[in-house]
Design a protein around this ligand. Structure first.
Ligand SMILES: [Zn+2]
Length: 211
């Protein structure tokens, strides 16, 4: 039987971990999430990931040999540091190297929207509604706004590792200044927090997200 796969989805507000048996219909052995608490900084995020791995190990009685992590932003193919992450404390950091040192486990890192787009193209909704689609654009509207492009079932990473990233194209100046230096980026207009602010501005009510 194939070895279980370990995966982590690192988000701006939560970290979700899963251990699954790779079958045609993957069998989930354990799955859990904890808050990212990104405001507490880079080292804390690493310790939170370590905590998730520890909790999954306890639940399954297994130890990982390799962990695959999807993150906001991407590892720069040249410098091997993270960039373009809306969890800004990750930017400029050798995240893969630091995680491997902290966990003493091999790590593979990929952009979260690329993983999402690839999964939907090969196994998810695209297979259900448009299985012959040659080009798939997957979009994540979360703490940030991410995108991934899949052509003929392969992710287009691009030379700079940011293929499909559309969050920092200017959409509408009403979005206001962005941490990237521009004004009105896609991410400042249609991310989760931006839509919450918009709802509040027109309704006077605070939107309470059902998490
Ligand atoms: Zn921006």
């Amino acid at each position: 039987m194939a070895k279980p796969l370990w995966g982590i989805d690192l988000g701006g507000t939560k970290i979700e971990g899963v251990v699954l048996q790779p079958e045609a219909k993957p069998n989930v052995l354990a799955r859990l999430r904890i808050p990212t608490e990104s405001a507490r900084g880079y080292e804390h995020i690493i310790s939170q990931i370590k905590k998730v791995i520890g909790m999954l190990s306890v639940q399954t009685g297994l130890q990982p040999e390799l962990i695959r992590i999807c993150t906001p932003g991407t590892l720069d193919p040249i410098t091997q540091t993270l960039k373009n992450s809306n969890t800004q404390c990750l930017n400029g950091k050798p995240f893969k190297q630091d995680l491997e040192q902290a966990l003493q486990i091999s790590i593979r890192i990929a952009n979260d929207a690329n993983c999402f787009a690839l999964a939907e193209a090969n196994m998810g909704v695209v297979q259900e509604i448009l299985p012959k689609a040659e080009v798939v654009f997957g979009v994540i509207l979360g703490t940030g706004v991410d995108g991934g492009v899949v052509v003929h079932n392969k992710v287009i990473n691009g030379r700079q590792g940011i293929g499909g990233e559309w969050g920092h194209n200017v959409l509408d100046v009403s979005g206001g200044p962005c941490y990237c230096g521009k004004t009105g980026c896609v991410e400042k207009v249609i991310s989760g927090p931006a839509l919450e602010n918009y709802y509040q501005s027109i309704s006077g009510k605070t939107y309470v997200c059902q998490k």
